[in-house]
Design a binder for this molecule. Structure first.
Ligand SMILES: [Zn+2]
Length: 462
């Protein structure tokens, strides 16, 4: 700290859009940060709030600041912007003259500093430059700060209605919010984003944007939007807890985000199975995967995807494999075979809460001036890193394993299996076994399981 330096902060708000004095708080935070960055002790803080009929005529804070400057109590003044200390040129000129007389430095967060050790002419150049800086730019800056502040406070900010909510976010739209909740669960269970888009279009759900129809990218954006889990963000980062009703919980949000961040699921335009053996069953002649094709007369078969040398009846083969899957998973040992992660989720949540509490404690200390800007920044970075780690662990545990989903379903295995999308069934088959289709003798027209080889994968053997 520079002991000879005695800084005063002056903040003034003329019209606070939020109307809650946040404006002054914002300016103060930034001014303190400027002082901290330079290691200047702040000895006094003066503030004025001009909202009211007085509109700038009566400024006790400003007058007290001038008195302190006259009395030699401070040798530097920190303001958010030059127009805070004098909105009109004559006022500002008076202020600068006082600074010059008492050898007081003037530092602003947004407008740079005035070097008063040089000639007045040069000083005026600075002042003019500061004023020439567009009013628009300043306004945008103020709006951005206000926006950030609102995000931290968990306020609802979107101007356009958000799918699933009413216009001001105070209540859920029952139909849309249910659609979002169910879609998140379905996608975690293996349903493709593309098929959700199709379902929503069929159900007549309307986007709140300009698009007429739901597409994979628009649905995907909805599914990963943290707003539905009550997470308030600014610049893509989580900054607070929303004050609006939630559609899904935090874990579901983490899980769906992790799940969809996998590149293969991102576009939703990738391979989508229509029959559960496509890309799963193996050709017994060459080892290539099998795919479906429709023969003349609407008769569907699986055929080798590499060469035209092997095919098998689709419906019969699929039914046979379904029976094997259900039979295997119905055995009492199925639950034991599930690969459950050995992580104490309750402890993870406790750790998460602890880290969050520490974060808000730091923010309070910073606001009270007991923690400096650089200290806060460092501590916040450390905490964020730890939080990310915890969130990733929770997401990994929550990510639904399709086989577990089937085994642990409340309904019977048979009916659950039938309800699953072919894509999910394919993943389950792939997790359990290798299905190899061998050539059947010439003249063999009826499906015969004898020529299908089933090899169970590791935990499912025997
Ligand atoms: Zn083949």
């Amino acid at each position: 700290m520079n002991e000879t330096f005695k800084a005063a902060i002056y903040v003034r708000i003329s019209r606070d859009a939020a109307g809650e004095g946040l404006g002054v708080q914002r300016q103060l935070e930034d001014c303190r940060e400027l002082a901290d960055d330079h290691g200047w002790p702040v000895v006094r803080v003066f503030e004025d709030n001009d909202i009211s009929a007085y509109s700038g005529k009566n400024r006790p804070g400003y007058n007290a600041l001038l008195a302190a400057m006259e009395a030699g109590e401070v040798n530097a003044v920190i303001a958010y912007q030059l127009d805070r200390v004098g909105r009109t040129m004559p006022k500002l000129a008076d202020f600068i003259a006082l600074c010059a007389k008492k050898e007081i430095g003037l530092y602003t967060v947004k407008g740079g500093n005035l070097d008063l050790n040089t000639a007045m002419g040069r000083t005026w150049a600075h002042v003019s430059a500061a004023f020439a800086q567009g009013e628009v730019e300043k306004m945008i800056e103020r709006m951005k700060r206000a926006y950030q502040q609102q995000a931290v406070a968990g306020k609802w900010r979107p101007r356009r209605r958000v799918f699933g909510y009413n216009a001001d976010g105070s209540a859920l739209d029952p139909l849309e919010s249910t659609a979002v909740r169910e879609a998140v669960q379905s996608v975690l269970n293996g349903v493709s984003v593309r098929s959700i888009a199709r379902q929503w279009n069929t159900a007549g759900l309307i986007t709140t944007g300009n698009a007429n129809k739901w597409t994979s990218p628009t649905v995907r954006r909805i599914l990963v939007n943290p707003r539905y889990a009550g997470i308030s963000t600014y610049d893509g980062r989580e900054v607070g807890t929303g004050t609006w009703p939630t559609v899904i919980d935090r874990d579901q949000h983490l899980a769906i985000t992790a799940y969809l961040s996998d590149e293969t699921r991102r576009s939703g335009t990738g391979f989508e199975r229509k029959f559960h053996g496509s890309g799963v069953y193996v050709c017994g002649k060459c080892g290539a995967k099998m795919v479906t094709t429709t023969k003349s007369g609407g008769y569907r078969v699986y055929k080798c995807s590499a060469q035209a040398h092997l095919s098998r009846q689709q419906a019969a083969l699929d039914d046979y494999v379904s029976l094997l899957v259900i039979g295997r998973l119905n055995r009492p040992d199925a639950r034991l075979k599930l690969d459950t992660p050995d992580i104490d989720l309750t402890a993870m949540y406790a750790r998460r809460e602890g880290l969050q509490a520490r974060q808000s404690e730091l923010a309070t200390m910073f606001a009270a001036g007991t923690v400096t800007g650089p200290q806060l920044a460092k501590a916040t970075a450390d905490l964020t890193e730890q939080l990310t780690e915890v969130d990733e662990t929770i997401a990994a545990c929550t990510l639904v394993n399709p086989v577990a989903q089937l085994v642990l379903a409340d309904d019977t295995l048979e009916s659950t299996w039938d309800r699953l999308e072919p894509d999910t069934r394919g993943k389950i088959i792939d997790a359990l076994m290798t299905v190899t289709v061998h050539p059947s003798p010439l003249g063999q027209r009826k499906f015969n399981p004898e020529f299908i080889d089933i090899e169970w994968k590791k935990p499912w053997k025997a």
